[in-house]
Every structure is written in structure tokens, then in C-alpha cells.
Design a protein around this ligand. Sequence first.
Ligand SMILES: CNc1ncnc2c1ncn2[C@@H]1O[C@H](COP(=O)(O)O)[C@@H](O)[C@H]1O
Ligand SMILES: [Zn+2]
Length: 347
Amino acid sequence: MDHAAVFYQELPKVELHAHLNGSVSFQTIEKLISRKPQLNIEHSMTAIGKGQRRTLDECFEVFKVIHKLVDTEEDILMVATDVIKEFAADGVKYLELRSTPREEKDTGLTKKNYIETVIKAIQQCKNEGVDIDVRFLVAIDRRNGTEVAMETVKLAEDFMLSSDGLVVGLDLSGDPTVGNGKYLLPALEKGKNCGLKLSLHLSEVPSQLEESDLLLNLPPDRIGHGTFLHPEVGGSQSLVDKVVKNNIPLELCLTSNVKGQTVPCYSQHHFNYWYQLGHPSVICTDDKGVFCTDLSQEYQLAASTFGLSKEDIWKLSQQAIDCIFAPEDVKQQLKHKWKELYPQVFK
Ligand SMILES: CNc1ncnc2c1ncn2[C@@H]1O[C@H](COP(=O)(O)O)[C@@H](O)[C@H]1O
Ligand SMILES: [Zn+2]
């Protein structure tokens, strides 16, 4: 590792936008492939390498392949455990993982088992003393419509009450070109009213103005991407005003957006727009496995693209603490940790 990279690796970090099945590393995919050789899946089908790009549509094909590889409780336990340990090894001190509970008739996997297994992985890592605080957001796939969303919210609510604070919220994700948020509004409202925090993928593609406007009225607690919210890219000032007025943090994923081609190049990433506004923006990975990145790399990319100093980067990672969904005492613990680590990182 070169000298510059060491700083980003040692920088304590908060990861708030990580889809479990998009975060599966090369090594873990290898283990999954060897468990299921009959599927004839090759590594090139599960990741988008350096310099490569895909359309967003093609990215969603990649998730389908990974879902074939991850379809038992055993797989989920391994994947979640590996992903948590990899984030910890990358210097992430607080992680909110998100994942869509799936039922698999062939293996007998139920949505309830699915969530229980992710929680089990989190607890096992904790018991092993892995230095990372992990929470879970239950994801709603927008493709599946009202009824499934309601069912997911109910599950999330049950686990919020029984998981000892590990389940903290809901995510709305899935192919942004499919479905419409307006049908999911009642489910999201219900979740919010029972105390689940909301992180919603908003305006990941153009022409979602109406939907974004509607969903912003909830309002969500955080926004994923928000690529096309501002007027310069076809959004509107009123959308920006709503985000600013409600002080809703954005989760920004540079490599994901460039490799998925919703943003033409790093220098044109909307990080710059929101950072210039002084709006809370958190650097995240989205799908570290699929996009072949990690959070250290994303911070380094932000720094080199937008000319941020090490102090700027430190502030960015520290301010992310205020955007987490875990309660105030956890924020205080993390702030304390950052303070302690400062001299070591800037030695
Ligand atoms: C690239 N931009 C993106 N936009 C929207 N949704 C995304 C996404 N990347 C991932 N997902 C969502 O996360 C699922 C995979 O993880 P889980 O099976 O839930 O753990 C995908 O199927 C999709 O619903
Ligand atoms: Zn995402």
C-alpha cells in the first residue's frame, strides 16, 4: 500500500449505504462458486472491474447472478460474516448493512430466517470482538409493490423490537426504472410511524421528479444517491429546498454511479454540488463487491477528484457520525473513538 492509501485505510470510517449481496468480495464469491459448481457461474458475471462500465440495467443482472449463489441460510451467514469483517479490516467502525429479505422455495429459506441469519452474523462478529458496530436496515425492493412492502415493514417492525437495537430502519431500493414510489408510500409511512428510520434511494435516474417530490414529503431520514435532484441535471430547486430545509443527509457513492453510468465521470459527480452547499453528505460504497471498491478507496477518490485536504476528509468521516440511525449514546461513543484515533491517523 502506498503512503497516501495508508491514511485512508487508517481513517476511522462510517459506512451507511452497503447492500449485503452487492458487497460480497472476490474471495467470498469464490467460496460460493465452489459450493455450487453446477450453476456454472464465473467471476466475470458478479463484478465490474477497474475501468469497466455497465448500464444500470446490466448492474441489476449482476445482482440476479449473485442471488443464485446466495440462497441458503448457510450462504447468508457466510456472506454477512465475511462482509462485516472486510468492512472492519478497511477501518470501518460503524456499519449499516441493508438487505432485501428473500424467500427461496427450493432451499426452504423464508424472509424471517433471512433476517434472523443476518442478525446472527452481526452477533457472532460482535462476540468474536470484531471492532465494528453493525446495524441492519431491512430493504424493500421497489419492484415488488404495495403488498410485499407492507409485509416487509411488518417484519422489520417485529425485529426492531426483538433484535436488541440491531434493526434500526428501512431501505427503499431496487431497479429505479421499475415500479413507482407512490404505491409504497403507505408502507413507508407505517414504518416511520412505528419508529423505523428511512433511507430511500431517490432520483438515482432522471425523470423521477414527481416520485422524489412525493417521497420527500415523508420526509426520509436519509437519501441514497439523489443524483438527479438539483436543477443543473434536470431536477428542481424546490426538490433541493426540501432536502436542505429538512436537513436530510445524502449517501453518495462515487464509483457506483460512474460504473453504473448515471454520472459521466468522477469530476462531474454531484458530491461537489452538495459539498459546496455545506449539506451533510456521507461517502459510501453501495456495492463494494460488484463495483470492486472499498470505503477507503472512495474517500481517496473524493479527495483526489475534488481537491480535499486530509483535514477535510477527517471532517467528512467525522460528520458522518451525526447521520447514523443508531441512538445518541452510540454517536457519543463513536465521536470519542474518533478523538482517540486522531493522533494515530495524523502521526
Ligand atoms: C447500483 N444502484 C442500486 N440502486 C438500487 N438498488 C440497488 C443498487 N445496488 C443494489 N441495490 C439493491 O440491492 C440488492 C442487492 O442486495 P441485497 O440482495 O438486498 O442484499 C439489489 O437486488 C437491489 O435491490
Ligand atoms: Zn444503493
